[in-house]
Design a protein around this ligand. Structure first.
Ligand code: TPP
Ligand code: MG
Length: 345
């Protein structure tokens, strides 16, 4: 029921708004399609590896996945250039890869090791890598949006022509920071792209108990900026709408709000069996698996061939093997190192 409703919403809203574009819409090349597919597969398999390590007791803290969200995380960050800024959330591992982060660095990070980007002080995505302009998530929901808006303001003042892309969940989009940031970003025409990943749940709270607007992109109207609701399982659609929003931001025309509709296929994190999610809903969304459907699409277009597919499978398995071995061989930080720099003297 919820899925059918969402489908109706998506199909009703999409085409009209996209066609209004002024010609910057890009079609993906064969090479781009293959890279998107590669990153999506890498993301899915990296997270599977993390879940296995979690079950083996080798992960300190939680293990979050973006299973079902790969087209959104990869397709959106893929639109960014080197000079753009990425502020991903906890379901956006794919965005880190698309922005150039290495498998080894992300594995060190997830295993909380001394040579990770947080030097072992964190076991998820709370790192920053200024060399790649990736600023990992702030746990307090929506607190990252004012920071991203601030960076967009700095970029504008410095005339960098850089774009800032950030994300928030359906649940997090109800927090005040979300609205305050959009109020400021819209008035100041900041180069910000804000993506709401509507994955139907915020922990155990379904969207029906979170908001009564028909689509979260309707909130854009209140700030006088464009709002789009897209099928977040279609990498094609995610890329097309996000690249349009990025182009708009780069032109100096201000922020865009994008609601990407997906499903959280796993529990909130590995400890959560998500018994509260109706099985039927999961079965319906399983048919929209972004990785499976992208694979079908590319095989159909003859862009992906069985031999390229097995080459990718092998490359990913090797990369993950290498990264896991490399990270496990690295030590944890000492207690002193882990605590250093956390509090101001
Ligand atoms: C301000 C704030 N309130 C509560 C939490 C605890 N919390 C962490 S994730 C989460 C659910 C987030 O749901 P949503 O925004 O939909 O993102 P999703 O996990 O579904 O991707 C909650 C309640 C928090 N981190 N920050
Ligand atoms: Mg959610």
């Amino acid at each position: 029921m919820a899925v059918a409703l969402k489908k109706k919403i998506i199909s009703r809203y999409l085409p009209k708004t996209i066609k209004k574009s002024n010609g910057v819409l890009k079609t993906l090349s064969k090479e781009q399609y293959l890279r998107l597919y590669y990153f999506m597969r890498l993301t899915r398999e990296f997270e599977e590896a993390i879940l296995n390590l979690y079950r083996q007791g080798k992960i300190v803290g939680g293990a979050y996945t973006g299973n079902g969200n790969e087209a959104t995380s990869v397709g959106s960050a893929f639109c960014l250039k080197k000079e753009d800024y990425l502020f991903p959330m906890h379901r956006d591992l794919g965005a880190h890869f698309a922005k150039g982060q290495s498998v080894r660095n992300l594995m060190l990070q997830h295993l909380g090791r001394a040579d990770s980007l947080t030097r072992g002080r964190d076991g998820t995505g709370h790192y920053a890598d200024p060399s790649l302009k990736i600023y990992g998530n702030i746990s307090h929901l929506a607190a990252m949006i004012p920071v991203a808006a601030g960076v967009a303001l700095a970029s504008k003042l410095k005339k960098e022509k850089s774009v800032v892309m950030t994300y928030i969940g359906d649940g997090g989009s109800n927090v005040g920071d979300f609205h305050e940031s959009l109020a400021m970003a819209s008035v100041m025409k900041l180069p910000l792209v804000l993506i709401i990943e509507n994955n139907q749940f915020a922990y155990s709270t379904p969207i029906a108990k979170q908001f009564i607007v028909e689509r979260l992109s309707d909130r854009a109207v209140g700030y006088g900026i464009p709002g789009f609701t897209i099928d977040g399982t279609s990498v094609d659609e995610v890329y097309r709408v996000c690249s349009e929003a990025v182009a708009r931001a780069r032109r100096g025309d201000g922020p865009t709000l994008i609601e990407s509709v997906t499903m959280r296929m796993h529990g909130h994190s590995a400890h959560d069996g998500a018994e509260y999610v109706p099985k039927k809903l999961l079965e319906e969304w399983k048919k929209k698996d972004p990785l499976v459907n992208t694979e079908k699409l590319l095989l159909g277009k003859k862009i992906l061939t069985p031999s390229i597919k097995s080459e990718y499978e092998k490359k990913i398995a090797d990369e993950l093997d290498d990264a896991v071995r490399f990270a496990l061989a690295n030590s944890y930080p000492s207690a002193e190192e882990a605590a250093a720099g956390v509090f101001a003297e």
